[in-house]
Write a protein that binds this ligand. Structure first.
Ligand code: MN
Length: 300
């Protein structure tokens, strides 16, 4: 059974105690199973307090981050690799202490616009460092999701097929592909085919729409996306990610180019996203059964 999640940035850009309580309470009240917490700024998170809030609300969590430029494990720069490895290990320790099931996001490179393509040696180092991180993650039953993002946010994984190849090279069962429909809409030739071909490598999924606003109010064929998710046999988390200038501040609004206010009311947005996702997934599951429900009677 897929679990449904919502990204914490739908509620808040910071993680003060007040923000933590508000985000977790609203997420649980709407009926989500989990909240995705950003560990971009690990110092901002009071782990014990957050865990208690999650437990009392009865929901789980996942953790996500992107490495910074001076933590780039695909840089082939030993100092940056060392800082990146430390950041990954810190995120995994925090995820373990929060009870998170997944650590995902742009873990394979820095989260930035590159001006040059990746190098073979840089990708090889990223594979080696992620292999080490996977061994640490496995001790806490954590799945690592390598997010495939558009060309303006990384130069290593821009398509699902690249991420499957990366997972094969890393060769750890708990390293999976993290797909995001917003990014797929920019880079993939065929979104549905890419999801189906990712198959068992799919380990985390971000929903949204073409402008990262209300689901169904953009230009992505979300009915087709959910049919592909069902065809792929995907059972993992489906997390809604949406950004508005109303909530997100710097540095994220600068990196992601969030200049427009696409919604005012976080609660209305998140309620609609859960309702929409459940309905789309249900419709896709029913569509998947049509062939077996459409057989002609046949003599024994
Ligand atoms: Mn995403």
């Amino acid at each position: 059974m897929n679990k449904f999640g919502v990204h914490a940035f739908v509620w808040t850009k910071d993680w003060t105690k007040e923000s933590c309580v508000r985000a977790i309470t609203n997420t649980a009240e709407i009926g989500y199973d989990l909240i995705e917490l950003s560990t971009l700024d690990p110092k901002s998170i009071d782990v014990d307090f957050t865990r208690r809030q999650l437990e009392s609300a009865g929901i789980g969590c996942t953790a996500s981050l992107g490495l910074e430029a001076d933590e780039d494990i695909s840089s082939n720069d030993r100092e940056k690799e060392r800082r990146g490895q430390a950041k990954l290990e810190q995120a995994l320790a925090m995820a373990r202490d929060l009870g998170a099931t997944h650590v995902c996001g742009i873990l394979e490179s820095a989260f930035q616009k590159y001006t040059v393509p990746p190098t073979a040696e840089g990708v090889k180092r990223s594979v080696e460092i992620l292999h080490g991180a996977a061994e640490i993650a496995a001790k806490s039953n954590i799945t690592i999701g390598l997010e495939v993002v558009n060309r303006y946010e990384s130069n290593v994984l821009n398509t699902a097929s690249q991420a499957v190849e990366m997972c094969k090279r890393i060769g750890a069962p708990n390293v999976k592909v993290h797909l995001d429909v917003y990014h797929m809409n920019i880079e993939e030739s065929d979104i549905q085919q890419a999801i189906i071909e990712t198959g068992d490598y799919l380990g985390y999924f971000h929903t949204g729409d073409s402008h990262r606003g209300y689901m169904g109010s953009g230009s992505i064929d979300l009915a087709g996306v959910f049919r592909a998710v069902v065809k792929a046999g995907y059972q993992g988390p489906i997390t809604f990610e949406s950004f508005s200038s109303r909530v997100v501040g710097q540095p994220l609004e600068g990196i992601l180019g969030i200049w427009r206010n696409l919604w005012e009311d976080s609660r209305d947005l998140a309620e609609h996203a859960l309702m929409y996702t459940r309905a789309q997934l249900k419709a896709a599951q029913e569509a998947h059964k049509q062939a077996e429900r459409s057989r002609l009677p046949w003599p024994k």
